[in-house]
Structures are given as C-alpha cells and as structure tokens.
Design a binder for this molecule. Structure first.
Ligand SMILES: Nc1ncnc2c1ncn2[C@@H]1O[C@H](COP(=O)(O)OP(=O)(O)OP(=O)(O)O)[C@@H](O)[C@H]1O
Length: 209
C-alpha cells in the first residue's frame, strides 16, 4: 500500500488556483523533497492534502482518506510553526502523543536525545527557544514512525548540528519504511537526504521518477 497517493488534486484559495490537477505518489521508504519559490504553493499543497484548506480530488494515505478517523492514524504533519500544548511539559507531550497514536514512547525519547533535549523534559515549551520548540515538534512526529510523515520547512530555526541530526534521522526513518514528504528551500537537502524531487510551479506539481 502506498503511503501517499494523490490524484487530480486541486486547491483554490480566494478564487485563485494554487495547485491544479496534481498527480503524484510517495512510496514506502521514499523521501520526496518539495521545492518551489516563495508562494509557489508548497505549504498549501501539504495543508490541502490533509484537509486544513479546502481542496478537490483524491488523496489516500495507506489507502485511507486522511480526513477519516482511520486515515488520521497513518500520517503526521509538522507545520512550519511548531504547534505545541503550552500547559504540558515536554515529558507530558511525549506521554500524550504516544498514547494518542497508541505507539511506544521510547522512539520519541530517542529523537529528543538526538536533539539533546532529554535533560529538559520537565520544562514547558513556552520556556524554550524557537529552535528547541521545533526540535520537540519534530521529535513528536518522527518518533511515531507512521507510514507517512509530512514536514513543512523542518530545517527552519535549527542550528547546523540539529540540521545534521535531522537529516540522519529522516534517512533512518525512511530506511525503516516511513514515506517522507518535506518542503525545504536549501537545494543541498535533496542530495543529503538522497531524496526524489517534486517541484511546485505555476500550480503544477512535477515529480522526478
Ligand atoms: N489563507 C490563504 N488565503 C489566500 N491565499 C493564500 C492563503 N494561504 C496562502 N495563500 C496564497 O497561496 C500561495 C501559496 O502559498 P504557500 O504558503 O503555499 O507557498 P509556499 O510555496 O509554501 O511559500 P514559502 O516558500 O514562502 O513558504 C501564495 O500566493 C499565498 O499568497
């Protein structure tokens, strides 16, 4: 079953076509790098696919509609601005997210270890820097090892060491079978991740084979 299948998918915002008739896939264990200039529609494509903005067409995540209860269990989406629970500590985030997806906590804790956040588990995220919040947000998502991981500009706000840790971790996650679709402006990302490319331009999504 494909982690992601998109067919004849379009998004219009305020009467303007942002994505038109997109057809593409992400296979098991594949990393796909979404590229395109500012305003090309990368975030809108990701948001539309999971129902955060209205769209037309077919999206299947491991064969399920991502908006259905079953479908929601198959993917995780990390927005470009971390969305965290300000009244939960880091440890409580780990408990909550693992319980919600019925997954073990240890892989999430392993990600926090990669990012050197293990000694800050009792902190509330509001006391953390932008980069630290990004690291928590990414750990909670990538530690779930779901069939599909969607990452919108995951490298933003990360220092060099954290960017390298993230790249290694994404490659490990893909080797274990997760399909990853991520947007990033750095062209080096494609090579570092040994990723396929999907370009968003003038509403068209074109994927390398
Ligand atoms: N809520 C909205 N209402 C109307 N238009 C929107 C909305 N959100 C985004 N857009 C428009 O959709 C287009 C695509 O924006 P989007 O944020 O998807 O681009 P992007 O490729 O992710 O850009 P960036 O690289 O700057 O993050 C832009 O022209 C933007 O103005």
């Amino acid at each position: 079953m494909l982690p992601l299948k998109v067919r004849d998918f379009s998004v219009k915002l305020q009467n303007r076509v942002i994505i038109e008739h997109a057809d593409f896939e992400v296979k098991k264990g594949e990393i796909v790098h979404l590229i395109g200039h500012n305003g090309a529609g990368k975030s809108t494509l990701l948001r539309g696919m999971i129902g955060l903005v209205p769209s037309k067409g077919e999206v299947r995540v491991s064969g399920e509609n991502p908006r259905s209860i079953e479908g929601r269990k198959n993917f995780v989406y990390v927005p470009d601005e971390p969305a965290l629970y300000e009244d939960l500590t880091l440890q409580e985030h780990v408990h909550y997210v693992a319980a919600l997806y019925e997954k073990p906590e240890q892989p999430i804790l392993d990600w926090l270890e990669r990012f050197h956040l293990t000694e800050r588990l009792k902190d509330f995220p509001s006391t953390h820097s932008r980069g630290m919040r990004q690291k928590l947000s990414l750990s909670l998502a990538l530690g779930l090892n779901l069939p599909l991981t969607l990452l919108d500009e995951p490298y933003n706000a990360l220092d060099q060491a954290a960017q390298e840790a993230l790249s290694h971790g994404i490659r490990d996650a893909a080797q274990q079978g997760t399909g990853v679709l991520l947007s990033a402006h750095q062209t080096a990302t494609t090579e570092i991740l040994q990723a396929q490319v999907a370009r968003v331009q003038d509403g068209v999504v074109s994927r390398s084979l």
